[in-house]
Design a binder for this molecule. Structure first.
Ligand SMILES: [Zn+2]
Length: 395
């Protein structure tokens, strides 16, 4: 297993081992190492919470992320890192090995994907009015929101997540930990050290605790593999997208990206679909198959009423060497919708990732910064665009 849990007395350590493969085509070894180090720190910071550790019943829980660069090492989750931004995916559960992240993924996105490795499902969909994003596990206003529902603002690992991770990985917290928590810990530390072996023998038999968690593991096993959509028609793939379920939507989207030229007529038609989810998928998939007609159809989507569609159309045009979408990307920095895809990000965060990718520039932009700072960042991008002129070609 790539994710394992160990316990010493009342301290539980969750170790997540992830191996990253550099398939970005643009980061050298040192840059890639830096990216991976950043992810490692962000994942640990988010999962250990603001106090540096979590609690499960009466035990302390610490998350430890071990990263490695390479491919195919046993006992590691495997993540293929590609050039982004795009949808990222991770398998579900401690043994999963089918991950794909992108080099623009933020620390919060990496932490969300790690949540999947820790057995947690998504807590959002796009079944709000008109295909709008819905947080399916909303927390009271002012409280941290679930990292499995959003990757912006104040997102955190909730207690229910820690409990679910412990159940999924079969971790146990022995009964005596509660007694020691209740009675003055300092006085009893010495006693604990002497009697710990005896207490361990008295804790709940493993078989019983397995029985308590087996139902949950059944659901996890069912979801571990993504549905294969190799034999779906383009129309039925678009129906999967229309479902608004993040798993089905991203699996269908990936399949659409693989279909190539044959899919073009249906995808061009789908650009006018009434569902913004379908228009988003079509605009994204067309970025992989270039032609003059496609470019023209995508340019028409730069005025789409839905921000995700505008941003992804601009991105696809950039992939086809057309810079017509750059102004739409800069405008997208000014407002916050939720980008369609996985995991959910803000359209402004996604747009700045596309801008960085096409320009090679890194003007600071922070979607959570105060309005005046944000406006300054937008101005820097506008100035940069004014300087570029007609002959600019996206990288
Ligand atoms: Zn997710």
């Amino acid at each position: 297993m790539a994710t394992t849990v160990s316990r010493v007395g009342c301290r539980i350590t969750v170790t997540v081992r992830i191996e990253f493969r550099n398939n970005t085509g643009r980061l050298n070894a040192a840059q890639f190492q830096q990216l991976v180090n950043g992810w490692e720190q962000s994942i640990e910071a988010l999962w250990n919470g603001s106090t540096g550790s979590q609690r499960y019943r009466c035990c302390t829980v610490t998350f430890n992320v071990v990263t490695k660069i390479g491919q195919g090492t046993n006992g590691y989750h495997q993540v293929n890192v590609v050039a982004g931004p795009q949808t990222s995916v991770a398998g579900l559960g401690p043994g999963s090995t089918n991950g794909r992240w992108d080099d623009q993924d933020t620390g919060a996105v990496a932490a969300h994907e790690t949540g999947h490795l820790l057995c947690l499902p998504d807590e959002y969909d796009y079944n709000g009015p008109g295909g709008a994003y819905r947080n399916l596990n909303p927390q009271p206003a002012g409280q941290p929101q679930s990292i499995m529902a959003q990757t912006w603002g104040n997102a955190a690992a909730l207690q229910e997540h820690i409990d679910a991770v412990m159940e999924c990985t079969d971790a146990t917290c022995p009964w005596y930990c509660c007694i020691f928590r209740w009675i003055d810990w300092l006085v009893l530390r010495r006693v604990l050290r002497i009697f710990r072996p005896l207490f361990d023998r008295l804790s709940l038999p493993r078989r019983l605790s397995n029985r308590l968690t087996s139902e949950r593991e059944g659901t996890i096993a069912d979801r571990r593999d993504r549905p294969s959509m190799k034999h779906h028609s383009i129309d039925s793939l678009l129906d999967e997208v229309r479902s608004g379920d993040p798993d089905r939507l991203t699996a269908a989207y990936d399949e659409l990206l693989d279909r190539g030229d044959d899919a073009v007529p249906s995808l061009r038609e789908a650009l006018d679909d009434e569902s913004p989810l379908v228009r988003w998928a079509a605009a994204g998939a067309l970025g992989g198959v270039g032609s003059d007609e496609v470019t023209q159809s995508l340019q028409e989507r730069l005025d789409d009423p839905n921000a995700s569609v505008r941003v992804v159309a601009a991105q696809s045009l950039a992939r086809l060497g057309d810079s017509a979408g750059v102004p739409a990307l800069i405008r997208a920095l000014e407002q916050d919708d939720v980008m369609i895809g996985h995991p959910p990000e803000l359209t402004s965060d996604y747009a700045v990732q596309v801008l960085r990718s096409v320009s090679g520039e890194r003007f600071g932009f922070d979607s959570s910064a105060p309005a005046y700072e944000r406006a300054r960042a937008v101005e820097r991008w506008e100035e940069w665009w004014d300087e570029q002129g007609e002959e600019f070609t996206p990288r």
